[in-house]
Design a protein around this ligand. Structure first.
Ligand SMILES: Cc1cc2nc3c(=O)[nH]c(=O)nc-3n(C[C@H](O)[C@H](O)[C@H](O)COP(=O)(O)OP(=O)(O)OC[C@H]3O[C@@H](n4cnc5c(N)ncnc54)[C@H](O)[C@@H]3O)c2cc1C
Length: 510
């Protein structure tokens, strides 16, 4: 790994750069794209476990936090517990389920304790990355969203921590009659800070985690909230604070112990949930449905509104801590319509049954547009990379793309558990390169992999959330054997990744 021009200086201010032509912004050993939980976690591990490497973190947004900065709608919160959503290295001290603000505070503590602020450059959107084998480096093109200036970084290793969806363009299906609707249309990715819902009739389209979180948070203020769903989602209503945490509280344990004990508790619980979803899906289905029944109003049509058509965990199970969504339904402040939208009208939405749901505000909790590696235009030795023809190497690298790793977290467990595991592997990879005197590492199909059957990014039998299914045609693939597979469960990967042989012939060092 080279350290030619150590430019991990604090972010340059706009006044230091003249506008116009593309400006040279220097070279770093590792360039991290994204300052969300993945990018901040990656930077922590790099700084701690691979000291001496120069690095910089670029993010298109004007602040840290990624998802937690983009989503600031009322009530926004995790649906994982924070002991496993928090990093391995930084104890979580609050209740198991936390609001977006508390997660941002936690990330701020990591940034402060690690002195990371000086390495983060906000409003730096990476638009292109070109690898040169001759020069053994990436040239990364950046546009500053605040000034429009264009910058050119070079780096020996690109670490993509860009998340999985487009933060600037939320997904909103095409609906008939939207233009004639006279009320307000809002997407949770762009929640207006001053939105006053007092006395308003609100329709939330969607039934996933966002809808389930938002509805109880606005139900008291709004006149009424209707959840309009095409089809139901699984919900689970754990306590906001785990009973084990309540029992341990009086023991006044060190924060590190508490963090570790609760992590193990939640890991065991989630591993059981994931395993049961494959091995005994009918039993898990019955358990989830029956656990909701006592919390719903008498006579509630649970078959119609709360009985999904898919296997539990084939899409994410939405958490409703302390059953707050059910409380809003019981109080009559919220209700559910399960039907398809026929058209928007001037004053609401008409569904296929002919019913018109009146609305002053419609919230489109309809999900994301996935992005492939931050929508960056990649080239390798002047050849544009069409990711649809490439396969993943363990969900961390891509075949034929040198010196590049990415982070993609778990669907059925806390995303961050994978940030720590992937970071360990990347640090080990950088050390292996150093030991070998290599300046390039690239996953390459072995002769015996040449005719390997390529499979879609996500097998719909395994996980078929709408945003993934909509994007399969632009995503890279997986193979039919290790190490060309991904989306394993945390229970397996926590064994596999630390022991992965980095010299098994699928990684080529030069
Ligand atoms: C409301 C909500 C709640 C969630 N709750 C949970 C939960 O409880 N548990 C769980 O496990 N997961 C949850 N998720 C999934 C969540 O996205 C991940 O947990 C995690 O936040 C992803 O972090 P990340 O850093 O990988 O990506 P992101 O949070 O998406 O951050 C990526 C960052 O990279 C930047 N970026 C992307 N492309 C570029 C580019 N080309 N140039 C420069 N910058 C770029 C973006 O601006 C962004 O700031 C939730 C998601 C949402 C939307």
């Amino acid at each position: 790994m080279t350290t030619t021009a150590p430019t991990t200086a604090p972010a340059q201010g706009p006044e230091e750069i003249s506008t116009g032509e593309i400006q040279d912004a220097g070279h770093v050993d590792v360039l991290i794209v994204g300052a969300g939980v993945s990018g901040i976690g990656a930077a922590h591990h790099l700084r701690d476990e691979s000291p001496g490497q120069t690095f910089v973190i670029l993010d298109a947004q004007d602040n840290r936090g990624g998802t937690w900065w983009t989503h600031r709608y009322p009530g926004v919160r995790s649906d994982s517990d924070l002991f496993t959503y928090g990093y391995r290295f930084k104890p979580w001290r609050g209740p198991s389920i936390a609001g977006g603000d508390a997660i941002l505070d936690y990330l701020d503590e990591v940034i402060k304790e690690d002195g990371l602020e000086q390495y983060i450059r906000y409003q730096h959107r990476v638009t292109a990355a070109s690898w040169s084998t001759e020069n053994r480096r990436w040239t990364v093109e950046v546009t500053r969203d605040d000034t429009g200036q264009r910058l050119r970084f070079t780096t020996s290793f690109l670490w993509m921590c860009q998340g999985y969806y487009n933060h600037a363009k939320p997904y909103r299906p095409q609906w008939d009659g939207v233009d004639r609707f006279q009320g307000l249309l809002v997407h949770p990715q762009r929640w207006p800070e001053d939105l006053d819902l007092a006395g308003k009739r609100v329709v939330v389209i969607g039934s996933g985690a966002t809808a389930a979180t938002l509805i109880p948070a606005i139900a008291a203020e709004a006149e009424h909230v209707t959840m309009l769903q095409r089809s139901p989602t699984y919900y689970f209503a754990p306590p906001t604070t785990h009973e084990l945490a309540v029992q341990l509280e009086p023991l006044d344990l060190p924060a590190e112990w508490m963090h570790e004990i609760m992590r193990r508790q939640y890991m065991t619980q989630y591993h059981w949930l994931a395993r049961t979803s494959f091995e005994a899906p009918d039993e898990l289905h019955a358990f989830l449905i029956e656990s909701m029944r006592p919390q719903l109003p008498d006579g509630f049509d649970i078959d119609k509104h709360f009985t999904p058509r898919y296997r539990p965990w084939q899409q994410r199970i939405a958490m409703v801590p302390d059953g707050d969504l059910f409380t809003a339904l019981r109080a009559g402040k919220a209700s559910i319509v399960t039907d398809t939208i026929e058209t928007f009208t001037e004053h609401g939405i008409r569904v296929s049954s002919g019913e018109e749901i009146p609305a002053d505000v419609v919230v489109t909790a309809t999900g994301f547009n996935m992005s492939v590696l931050g929508d960056v235009a990649f080239t390798v030795d002047d050849e544009p990379v069409d990711f649809t023809g490439h396969v993943t190497w363990r969900g961390i690298m891509i075949n034929g793309v040198p010196n590049m790793a990415y982070v993609f977290g778990y669907f059925r467990h806390s995303w961050t558990l994978r940030v720590d595991l992937v970071s360990d592997l990347v640090i080990r990879l950088l050390a292996t390169m150093r030991d070998k005197g290599a300046t390039m590492v690239v996953p390459m199909l072995r002769p015996e992999d040449a005719d390997m059957q390529l499979r879609p990014f996500s097998d719909p039998e395994n996980f078929n959330a709408g945003y993934v299914m909509r994007s399969q045609h632009i995503l890279f693939k997986q193979g039919d054997r290790e190490p060309w597979t991904h989306m394993l469960e945390h229970e397996q990967e926590r064994e596999i990744l630390p022991k992965t042989d980095l010299d098994d012939g699928t990684l080529v060092y030069r």
